[in-house]
Design a protein around this ligand. Structure first.
Ligand code: OGA
Ligand code: FE2
Length: 535
């Protein structure tokens, strides 16, 4: 589209530290910046401790040198030395008080300051769950973006500013986390990477025997018996007495023999297997489609359809606020119709919205269809906060803008939701509207279903983070200062299933969005219903 090149100014994302209670650090980059500052403070404190310890040692050294000289002279001629009354006095003084003072100095604990800082800060540290969450985020990114293990371990990602790599021990750790999740596919990848890095000579405390133990098990679990045996053999070369490996070896040999026996009489089942494989290829599950769209590998729209997408200046149907200064609008998709507004929220407004939201960000929740209650879920990983128009003229102005440009009444809309996705943050395919089988979803609001969604992109994302529509194959890329809008319901009030969409995991950088869910009430004359149900 013509507008894109001219108008798409790329601004850099930026982050500001802020404080928060301890919950799910890995879900939002905002909260993790706090930890960076905590670490910085701790290093300062650690350095102070080192200085204090060094100065203590320096004092002790000086004393030892002084006494060394003194005793050397004194022992040569003890009587002559003590014949001097000052020496006699000083000997008494040294032994009676000075050695005692030295003893106190030696015993003095210089670590108090550092330890108490540690104790205070530790309560804000991430816990095991955070560490596992961050590891799982890495594995998720690896799948979604088809990243090869070596590339990820060497930190060769697109758009990164600070290169960082994984040690063999880190790879081992990731493999172990995958293992505890019974995710043998990733266990194999990461144990193999750990092994590879060790084989290449990386100095590490990671132990090849342990790695091979996990690796062979993961390979066995995935059905590659021959490889599992080869790995176990390699383990036994390093540690011939390894009990489990010796036991496994015998077991592998036993099943191998049994399989050979069975294979002699089974050509039929092989054919069947082939057939199911063909089926698998034809049928693209949503997950695969979602991941392809996230990678930008979506099926292209036909040129004929594409030609019908336009860009234009839009005045909100002759809205007085936009007649003189219409806004730039682009068609992103035709069915469902998704439009993007450009330069629709300023950098200052974005800053204000982020600042208002930051202290309130908490792990985003979803409706549990069984209980109708709000809960956290692995498929929605982000932090969010709600802002009311009453609390800031900026928020109120934004709400009015949405009303002017959509022609819909915002008084029945939900408050402005601000969301921040950290690395790995995502929202898997979902509908924004409530389905027929969950009539209670928005009941307490009393404003009907979510008729439409307005989504502001408040940051650019270095890599990943697209909004994708797997039913129709659309990928919408975040561009700071723009917003997209679509209807979730047909004018009849029926849900439009083609609006199923997702927020792809952020690969590099971080993503800020804010959205407004407009409801049915109040739109009766603004968007009258039609006789046809599904149009
Ligand atoms: C949502 C949503 C998309 C995105 O919050 O409901 O679909 O790109 N967000 O953040
Ligand atoms: Fe959504």
């Amino acid at each position: 589209m013509a507008f894109k090149k001219v108008w798409c100014a790329v601004a850099l994302g930026f982050l500001l530290p802020f404080s928060c209670a301890h919950t799910d650090f890995f879900t939002s980059i905002g909260h993790m910046t706090d930890l960076i500052n905590t670490e910085k403070d701790l290093v300062v404190s650690l350095k102070d401790y080192i200085k204090a310890e060094e100065s203590k040692l320096e004092q002790i050294k000086k004393w030892a040198e002084k006494l060394d000289q003194l005793t050397a002279t004194a022992t040569k001629d003890p009587e002559g030395f003590l014949g001097h009354p000052v020496n006699a006095f000083k000997l008494m003084k040294r032994l009676n008080t000075e050695w005692g003072e030295l003893e106190s100095l030696v015993l003095k604990d210089m670590s108090d300051g550092f330890i108490s800082n540690m104790t205070i800060q530790r309560q804000f540290f991430p816990n095991d769950e955070d560490q596992t969450g961050a590891a799982k985020a890495l594995l998720r990114l690896q799948d979604t973006y088809n990243l090869d293990t070596d590339t990820l371990s060497r930190g060769n990602l697109p758009g990164v500013k600070h290169k960082s790599f994984l040690t063999a021990e880190d790879c081992f750790e990731l493999g172990k986390i995958a293992y505890t999740e019974a995710d043998y596919y990733h266990t194999e990848l990461w144990m193999e990477q750990a092994l590879k890095q060790l084989d290449e000579g990386e100095v590490s405390s990671a132990d090849k025997v342990y790695i091979l133990d996990y690796l062979s098990y993961a390979v066995y679990q995935q059905g590659d018996l021959a490889k599992a045996m080869a790995l176990t053999r390699r383990l036994l070369e390093l540690d011939p007495e390894h009990q489990r490996a010796n036991g496994n070896m015998k077991y592998f040999e036993y099943i191998m023999a049994k399989e050979k026996e069975a294979n002699k009489s089974s050509t039929d089942s092989e054919e069947q297997e082939k057939e199911t494989e063909v089926k698998k290829k034809d049928y693209l599950p949503e997950r695969r489609k979602y991941e392809m769209l996230c990678r930008g590998e979506g099926l292209k729209m036909t040129p004929r359809r594409q030609k019908r997408l336009f860009c234009r200046y839009y005045d909100g149907n002759r809205n007085p606020r936009y007649i003189l200064g219409p806004v730039k609008q682009e068609d992103e998709w035709d069915k469902p119709r998704i439009v993007r507004f450009l330069d629709i929220i300023s950098d200052e407004e974005i800053e204000t919205v982020k600042e208002l939201a930051k202290p309130r960000l908490s792990r985003a929740t979803v409706h549990d269809p069984e209980t109708g209650k709000l809960t956290t879920a692995h498929y929605r990983v982000s932090k969010s906060a709600w802002l009311s128009g009453y609390e800031s003229p900026v928020v109120s102005r934004i709400n009015t803008r949405i009303q002017d440009l959509t022609g819909l009444d915002v008084s029945t809309a939900e408050e402005l939701q601000v969301a921040n996705y950290g690395v790995g943050g995502q929202y898997e395919p979902h509908f924004d509207f409530g389905r027929k089988d969950e009539p209670d979803a928005f009941k307490e609001l009393g404003t009907g279903n979510r008729i439409a969604t307005w989504l502001f992109y408040m940051s650019d994302v270095s890599a990943g983070g697209a909004t994708v529509f797997p039913e129709v194959g659309a990928s919408v890329w975040p561009r700071k200062g723009t917003a997209v809008f679509w209807y979730n319901l047909f004018p009849s009030g029926e849900g439009d299933y083609s609006t199923r969409h997702a927020a792809c995991p952020v690969l590099v950088g971080n993503k800020w969005v804010s959205n407004k869910w407009l409801h049915e009430r109040g739109q009766e004359f603004r968007r009258p219903c039609t006789l046809s149900e599904l149009e």
